[in-house]
Design a protein around this ligand. Structure first.
Ligand code: PMV
Length: 331
């Protein structure tokens, strides 16, 4: 089973003729329970389910149209060299849809690139929604989530706002592996982006996951850990139990990084500054401040706290950028 087979199935009976232009927006998302490890490399099928929070108005606006000649990819007004990794990934994805023409893709990202947020999730989700518009497919959200997953796993969650769960599914064709929004809101919940380094990472998440699944002795414990954390997160969100949410999210992120440390060659995305910030958070928590963090495949931290504690958290982390609840589209 490859990507083209899935796309043929999803687009059966739908137009292959692009209209004049398609445009769409998709938010970035931060996982509270991580996706780490694939059961199918080609279709981006995960070993476990995952749960995230979308970032409202922090995301990607994309316009796409068909053009003569090769693809042109613009990011924030700058044309990317065709051989840059992002342009190459987009073109390979667009190969799945094109018929003898190029695509002109223009993306404006409101995600602070410096905050180390993966741009691929919002980027691929916005591209899929823009293609849906360009071709007039009128696909439902489940099909759009599956299409986004084929571009980048975590992009399937960026089709929705708020809390979102990506169901791992078990089918070999992945038709049951898509994201769905939770019917839950939490207007006081805040997420703070703590930028510690903007350097390009040496190992991307795709290669990092593969190496971890193949070589880490701790990886076999990961699916059970995820199952426990997902249960905890569901209860915490339902009951608005912040300490429970924070503990599950932080412990999940640290466990994911533990699987990387125990891989070979070892993988460590942390910088001394990351550890310094973690220790400060643990100290503040011991002193009674309900503050937790999560981390992805990079050195930056995402802080979790309640609005009532915002001033105290900001006084310790003045460089933090807080995602507003209206930015999350949740209140
Ligand atoms: O979708 P990818 O290949 O960018 O992988 C994302 C992996 C993590 O960000 C580390 C975890 C997650 O669930 O977003």
């Amino acid at each position: 089973m490859n990507k083209s087979d899935i796309i043929r199935q999803l687009l059966a009976g739908r137009s292959r003729e692009p209209g004049a232009q398609g445009a769409a927006y998709a938010p970035a998302n931060i996982a509270l329970c991580k996706y780490w490890g694939k059961r199918d490399e080609e279709l981006n099928l995960p070993v476990t389910s995952s749960l995230s929070l979308s970032l409202g108005s922090l995301g990607a606006h994309t316009e796409v149209s068909a053009c003569d000649g090769p693809d042109r990819v613009q990011l924030d007004g700058r044309e990317l060299p065709p051989d840059s990794p992002f342009a190459k990934r987009l073109s390979a994805y667009l190969d799945l849809f094109r018929e003898n023409h190029g695509f002109d893709v223009r993306t404006e990202s409101s995600v602070p690139v410096a905050a180390g947020l993966a741009s691929s999730a919002s980027g691929f989700a916005a591209l899929v929604l823009a293609l849906n518009d360009l071709y007039g497919w009128e696909l439902d959200r489940t099909a759009l989530s599956i299409l986004a997953r084929l571009g980048s796993g975590s992009a399937c969650r960026s089709i929705f706002q708020g809390f979102v769960e990506w169901h791992a599914g078990s089918r070999p064709d992945g038709m049951d592996s898509y994201a769905e929004p939770l019917q839950a809101e939490w207007p006081d919940l805040r997420l703070g982006l703590l930028e510690l380094s903007t350097a390009e990472k040496a190992v991307g998440s795709r290669a990092g996951m593969k190496n971890t699944v193949e070589t880490s002795a701790l990886y076999s414990a990961w699916p059970e850990k995820v199952a426990d954390d997902l249960l905890d997160l569901h209860t915490a969100i339902k009951e608005r139990d912040f300490e429970r949410l924070g503990r599950a999210a932080e412990s999940n992120a640290l466990s994911m990084h533990a699987t990387m440390f125990s891989a070979w060659p070892p993988l460590c995305y942390w910088l001394p500054e990351s550890v310094h910030a973690m220790r400060a958070i643990w100290r503040l928590r011991n002193d009674g401040l309900p503050l937790y963090f999560t981390m992805d495949a990079g050195p930056n931290l995402k802080l979790l706290f309640l609005d009532a504690d915002r001033a105290r958290v900001a006084s310790h982390f003045p460089a933090m950028r807080v995602v507003e609840s209206n930015e999350r589209g949740m209140s």
